[in-house]
Design a binder for this molecule. Sequence first.
Ligand SMILES: [Fe+2]
Ligand SMILES: [Fe+2]
Length: 191
Amino acid sequence: MYTIIDSLHADHINFSRLLNLLERQVVTLKDGGMPDLEIMLDTIDYLQNYADLYHHPREDLIFRYHLERSDVARAEVDELRRQHRALWESTNRVRLAIDGILHGDIVQRDVFIEQISAYVTQQMDHLNAEEGYILPLLRQLFEVQDWEQLNRSLPYRADPLFGPTVDQQYRALYTRILNVPDAVAESGLGA
Ligand SMILES: [Fe+2]
Ligand SMILES: [Fe+2]
């Protein structure tokens, strides 16, 4: 059965591919080159629109459903919910920084490198916490009727980048991702 957890896992794999793409821009910056700012902005735009506005709220509803029924891993689940809010703010700040550079702001290279690196780490730590502990735990704790109830109540949106149809605004990003075949393997997240 294709569960909600499977779809969250698929999202995590996709996010890790995008984070890998950002990481590659950091390498370029460290080497003294020019990163592809347009691709970085598209990546952040997707993470904002899909991860921050859909994937995380969906997880928050699942986490709330769990906490209404159990105290198991309450502290860890609360921490993930806090991280969702922190990620929202970080994504906004990264977007502002990239937007600013594209509009002529002068930003110190090492400051920008530090910001993007920290953002990638923050995202990866969050994915790994969910993949390594909470999602396997929920898979174990929830019964079929829990998943059925969640399936009925959770919002659903097609993924505009990795879904059946690639939105016009993400076409360039999609093409770029296809050219980074090792992204998943390097990310540390399994399929
Ligand atoms: Fe999350
Ligand atoms: Fe997640």
